[in-house]
Design a protein around this ligand. Structure first.
Ligand SMILES: [Fe+2]
Ligand SMILES: [Fe+2]
Length: 311
């Protein structure tokens, strides 16, 4: 068999290879087993910024959502205007000094510029970014004083909360998945440059949990009926029950899903407020009735369609 020197050489080579892989992948905690993922009982999502208008709330181009569980307050993207993020947060009764961490979906300005406001109210907080985010924008975020953590693979942040590993659009982009007990995954996306159906599919594959709801930008402005149909079919085949296309989704996909699949479509805009609570679903289920989203989710009734440019 092997001589002693050869064995030592093989062991050293293996160790060097492992160190190399660690440096490439980064200091993340990739999912080991879906058993580790866990569940949470309830999540609240508030759309702090979106270009789809609602009353007196500010609606500059971009998106930002506050994701609240019993234990964590997560800011997902920060929109394009720091003042608008601050003003809307206050108007919606949300205190961003309570944010535990920030997730930036991808490097585009309409998701990152609001970090200037976050730096004022929550200096030094952890900001999770795609591992392959451009160096320039990552350095800018670091220069705002944040603790930037790069994520490559699907990573569990705490029980029931995971970042879905980055996909390439361009640019590289990741998403958030919250696992609500007895309901399934609530998937939060930024622009979906790699395709919203691909983010959801990766979440389902990596986490082995069925999807329930997806909200965010789908980046399909002007894509056309064929793409609208293919995207919607993919989401429905994956098992998504409710679809909230906002931000850069485009009026076309909103109109398409609303027309052909109204039971799956939900209109979202700045100020949209969702409460997804497993205890409500459990109560409804105990009566032998399929959970109805209206019982779980509230949305504002003022939400006009308004044509905006896509990013
Ligand atoms: Fe965007
Ligand atoms: Fe984008």
């Amino acid at each position: 068999m092997f001589g002693h020197k050869k064995k030592v050489r093989i062991i050293l080579t293996s160790l060097l290879f492992m160190v190399f892989i660690f440096l490439i992948v980064g200091n993340t905690t990739p999912i080991q087993s879906t058993d580790e993922y866990g569940t949470i009982d309830e999540v609240e999502i508030t759309v702090l910024l979106d270009n789809y208008p609602n009353g007196t709330l500010q609606n500059p181009w971009g998106v930002s959502m506050l994701v609240e569980t019993n234990d964590y307050t997560i800011l997902f993207d920060t929109g394009s205007e720091p003042n608008a993020l601050g003003n809307n947060s206050i108007a919606l009764g949300k205190d961003l000094t309570q944010v535990d961490y920030v997730i930036i979906s991808h490097e585009h300005w309409d998701h990152t510029y609001g970090l200037e406001y976050v730096a004022e109210v929550k200096p030094g907080v952890t900001v999770y970014v795609p591992y392959n985010m451009g160096t320039m924008i990552r350095t800018e975020i670091e220069n705002l004083g944040f603790d930037v953590v790069r994520i490559h693979q699907t990573t569990i942040l705490s029980p029931g909360i995971a970042i879905i590993g980055e996909l390439y659009g361009p640019p590289y982009e990741h998403a958030l998945a919250v696992n609500i007990a007895n309901i399934g995954l609530v998937v939060v996306v930024g622009c979906s440059h790699p395709g919203v159906e691909n983010h959801v599919e990766k979440a389902v594959t990596d986490l082995s949990v069925d999807p329930y709801l997806v909200i965010g930008g789908f980046h399909l402005g002007g894509a056309g009926q064929t793409i609208y149909a293919a995207t919607t079919t993919s989401l429905l085949e994956l098992g998504v029950d409710y679809i909230f296309p906002i931000h850069c989704s485009g009026d076309g996909i909103r109109a398409y899903i609303e027309s052909f699949y109204p039971e799956y479509y939900r209109e979202g805009c700045v100020g949209t407020h969702l409460i997804i609570d497993q205890t409500l679903a459990t109560q409804v289920n105990s009566l032998g009735v399929i959970p109805v989203v209206a019982a779980l989710i509230t949305t504002p009734i003022i939400c006009r369609l308004k044509k905006k440019r896509s990013n």
